[in-house]
Design a protein. Structure first.
Lengths: 128, 632
């Protein structure tokens, strides 16, 4: 059985590590982490993940800009994106979804259930 | 000092207003003050106004007020001014109006304006008090940036800390000794407390600064409370506390924002759970009390110490800090609850419960009573009163609340018969009709309204998702505005303002139809001092304008694009059916003397612009003479 590829994008190395360990709790997942939007655009096109977890506030290219680039490239335009951000109001959630994201995971997240939350999203999106 | 503003019994002359004492008072004011005459020319400006807009002493006198307004806001300024003139009450245009001033060098800056109408025998003067809010806007932006940055900078390390601790406790790094687990547990619960604190601080900041948008809806209270109880079940289990929702078959519906109401109930419920004894019970009850629906949450805890009661809703208020630390509270929860409930139009309170413990309650307006309140009882006496014929109570209430801040009070009619009855007994400034009424069509209602002698002059605005009726013949004389659904409140207010803009003896309004844009501009320039001009470059544009304004005169080109200007003649009627007099101004000579509506026939090549102006003045003089005769 092939592994489910998840691309995680966050400029904070500590958060990358926590997400790495959290998602590794589900052995079906294979994770690649990127430290910036620019890195993510290249990695997404080359590695073809099934889902991208994207931080919103990053120095340089922020999450929404990265998403716009991903959507403009035919190789990455169909990959679902979940934003990872601070607790958002309903109208902010709607704003993120209007940008083309499929959902939002609040920060701080529960590391023990993160893999389950990601799996639920993939099932809802019928990607697994 | 009272200048008699808003007091119709006192009248002032221009001379008395610009006398020495008045000038002294205006000069001493720390804000910029500018007074304009009845045509919008500046007749008085204090030194602060000259300084703010970078003009020299006396340079502003005689200039049009628009000189101080950026060109892209001229239309908005005219609307605001017209609205003040019509309502005859002072109006403030605060930061949310996003008004800008224009300095002499063309630079723009944010302003807050208060327009005060002053009635004089020489017409209506307007005193504008202007405050430069550049600094306030800059400070607000800095504060927003600070809050957003602090929030991000605090959350980022917390995400790593809470995440790492969660993984350790969850056993992701293997089994830990008991003592290590206890210590990590302390660290984790405190990191969670910090997260709550940051969330609460951001929440309260957002509610206080009005950044939280409230989406009011009709809510079934019981279903919402059940969801909140379910979402907090894990939390209650952690304290070994049972939660119980009292039975009740009545539907209790409220009018509120579901997310925010859920936040209120969550805060009160988690407080009740936190302060209950282990193995205790928290009971929730929903009941109708007069015009309100009450959600009551009762604990069996130790009760609230008397000395703490007066401060309980204050920020960071906690009965006993050591106790609060033990309970993991932030001291902001009840303060947030109070602020949100106030914005929801309700009340929050608490009382000792019979048999020990405390009951906290939230009273919110009952939906059914809100919806049935057809007559707007919160009407301000200065508001323009309109009738809204709309069968959907949700939509009707949303429009009433939306129109209130812009100076309209709205009564409802949920059926055509109700609409006719109300319109006959109350003198409304305008009537708004939903075209898709279920029991009897909206078109029929409009025709019936127009047949009532009390209503036939009242402007009617139509709301519809479908514009086909507008294009059908005969409708243009019946309605004076059209708005598409879903309704944009600003747009509706603008249409209502335009519909009400013309006062009986006010400035005349001329429609000029010509496909040559240069001619339109030229004529608009030359006639501007005589009348308000609406220019239309096509027959369609002219028809749209006819729906919006009651014109006094039309200047018509014979060849408009590929169409003949004559096609427009049947449509050139006012709402009351009276034909609008027409001056033909065309390159083509046509014999139209037989048509009684055509009052002059000028040839563009033969007649100069001066003769057009003379013809227009001549017609308007006749009109004003007629008005005076009618008045006598």
């Amino acid at each position: 059985m092939s592994l489910i590829r998840i691309l995680h994008v966050d400029d904070e190395p500590d958060i990358r590590e926590v997400v790495d360990i959290s998602l590794a709790l589900n052995p079906e997942f294979e994770l690649q982490a990127c430290a910036s939007g620019e890195e993510a655009i290249t990695a997404a096109a080359e590695w073809s993940p099934i889902l991208i977890l994207l931080d919103v506030m990053m120095p340089g290219m922020d999450g929404p800009t990265t998403l716009a680039h991903l959507r403009n490239n035919p190789k990455t335009s169909d990959i679902p994106v979940l934003f990872m951000t601070a607790r958002a109001q309903t109208c902010e959630l709607e704003h993120f979804c209007s940008l083309g994201a499929q959902g939002v995971i609040s920060k701080p997240f529960d590391p023990m259930t993160l893999a389950g939350v990601v799996r639920d999203h993939l099932q809802t999106l019928r990607r697994i | 000092m009272n200048f008699g503003v808003g007091n119709p019994k006192r009248e002032f002359t221009v001379e008395s207003l610009v006398d020495e004492k008045f000038r002294f008072a205006v000069e001493a004011c720390p804000s910029a003050m500018v007074m304009t005459d009845n045509v919008g020319r500046i007749i008085l400006a204090n030194t602060e106004a000259e300084r703010m807009f970078c003009y020299g002493e006396g340079e502003l006198i005689g200039e049009p007020m628009q000189i101080l307004v950026p060109e892209h806001l001229h239309a908005k300024y005219m609307e605001n001014r017209a609205s003040v003139a019509r309502h005859r009450i002072p109006r403030r245009f605060g930061p949310s109006s996003h008004l800008l001033g224009r300095r002499q060098d063309g630079t723009e800056f944010p302003i807050e304006v208060r327009l005060n109408p002053i009635q004089t025998p020489d017409g209506l003067l307007v005193l504008s008090v202007i405050v430069d809010i550049s600094e306030r806007v800059r400070t607000d932006r800095l504060k927003d940036e600070f809050v957003s940055t602090v929030s991000h900078e605090l959350r980022t390390p917390l995400t790593s800390i809470a995440g790492s601790l969660g993984l350790l406790i969850g056993g992701a790094a293997g089994k830990l000794p008991d003592q290590a687990m206890r210590l990590i547990g302390i660290a984790q619960s405190n990191s969670q407390r910090l997260v709550r604190l940051i969330n609460d601080i951001l929440d309260i900041e957002k509610v206080e600064s009005g950044q939280v948008i409230f989406n009011f809806k009709r809510i079934e209270t019981r279903a919402l409370v059940e969801q909140v109880i379910e979402a907090n079940r894990g939390y209650a289990d952690g304290f070994n506390v049972r939660t119980k929702l009292g039975s009740g078959s009545d539907t209790a519906e409220v009018y509120a924002d579901p997310d925010r109401l859920a936040q209120v109930v969550t805060n009160l419920l988690s407080n009740a759970i936190k302060f209950s004894k282990r193995g205790g019970e928290v009971s929730i009850a929903i009941e109708k009390r007069g015009e309100a629906v009450r959600i009551a949450i009762r604990d069996h805890g130790p009760g609230i110490p008397p000395e703490f009661r007066p401060r309980i809703f204050e920020k960071f208020a906690q009965a006993d800090t050591s106790d609060a630390r033990q309970k993991g509270g932030t001291g902001l929860g009840l303060s947030i609850v109070k602020q949100i409930v106030a914005r929801l139009g309700g009340e929050v309170g608490f009382a000792d419960a019979d048999g020990g413990g405390t009951v906290f309650y939230v009273d919110l307006p009952d939906w059914a009573l809100m919806a049935n309140r057809a007559i707007d009882i919160e009407r301000d006496s200065h508001d323009m009163r309109i009738l809204l014929c709309e069968d959907d109570p949700d939509a009707a209430i949303a429009l009433r609340e939306g129109l209130r801040p812009v100076g309209f009070s709205t009564d409802f009619a949920h059926s055509p018969n109700e609409a006719i009855a109300r319109a006959r007994h109350t003198s409304y400034s305008a009537i708004v009709v939903d075209l898709e009424l279920p029991d009897g069509d909206g078109v029929g209602l409009i025709r019936r309204l127009r047949e009532q002698p009390e209503v036939y002059r009242t402007p009617i605005v139509v709301m519809s998702a479908d514009r086909t009726w507008e294009k059908s013949s005969g409708s243009s004389g019946l309605v004076c505005g059209w708005i598409e659904k879903p309704v944009n409140i600003d747009h509706l207010a603008q249409i209502l303002d335009s519909a009400l803009a013309r006062e009986p003896n006010g400035r005349p309004h001329i429609l000029h139809v010509d496909d040559d844009v240069d001619v339109l501009d030229l004529v608009a320039d030359i006639l501007r001092s005589t009348a308000s001009i609406t220019s239309a470059a096509s027959l369609d544009e002219a028809r749209r304008a006819l729906l919006m304004h009651p014109f006094d005169l039309a200047v018509l080109d014979m060849n408009v694009g590929s169409a003949s200007g004559l096609e427009l003649l049947p449509a050139l009627r006012r709402l009351d059916g009276e034909p609008i007099p027409v001056i033909i101004f065309s390159a083509y000579v046509t014999n139209l003397d037989a048509n009684p509506q055509v009052e002059a026939n000028l040839n563009k090549s033969g007649a100069s612009l001066d003769s057009l102006v003379a013809a227009v003045r001549d017609r308007l003089m006749l009109r004003s003479a007629k008005v005076q005769v009618n008045v006598r």
